[in-house]
Design a protein around this ligand. Sequence first.
Ligand code: SAM
Length: 233
Amino acid sequence: MNFTFVTLFPNLIYPYFEDSILSRAKENGLIQIDCINPRDFSVDKHKKVDDYKVGGGAGLLMSAQPLFDTLEHINSKEAYFVFPTPAGKSFTQNDAKRLSKKKHIVFVCGRYEGVDERVIEIYADEVFSVGDFVLTGGELPSLCMCDAISRMIDNVLGNEESLLEESFENTLLEAPSFTKPNVYNDSPVPSDFLKGNHAIISRLKNRMAYAKTCFHRPDLYKMVKNKRNYHAK
Ligand code: SAM
């Protein structure tokens, strides 16, 4: 899978792929990362990429020309253009799974007060928010999405089975997990985990996943309950 980041700050992107799982994925040819800087496409003699908003308003926008020319330059039939923006719908695990089937994703990272809306209207295949807060640029949201998508690609994770029990599979959060020692600072691992009975452990994990979801994410809990009631009818 190819990932292209359209960004004024490629140095924010490349180091993320220099360590750990995604560095291995890159070395093994499972993902390819490249950056294109719209500044290189600016026809302005000072290589300007921003401008004031038409009609007034605070701050600057990434202007249309450098971005249009950058995206035009990408010119790949397989390119799927994703724009991070606080105005988008929330990016979810299902989106990560779905997008992991694409061949080439292009993240268009906004800066300043965002990008000229015409670029989004013409190029965006999807727009996503990574949460109800405003960051200084689209690089972090794009890296978040790229990371979540990459780990859904076959063979990127060592143990693909771990995906099956993860949070948001079947809408639930993952059950609490423990490691050794069995008692730490007077705090024990739930005793059923220690008995080696996989059916009991699995039931316990399921109950704990429900309890954790109910506590931390009542919105998801409600969805699971509604689904179950629907299927019970
Ligand atoms: N003026 C914009 C607004 O109020 O919606 C915010 C622009 S923000 C300072 C600059 C860029 O950061 C955006 O164009 C987008 O690419 C990125 N960004 C900031 N917060 C984001 C979020 N929560 N989700 C996705 N992208 C975000």
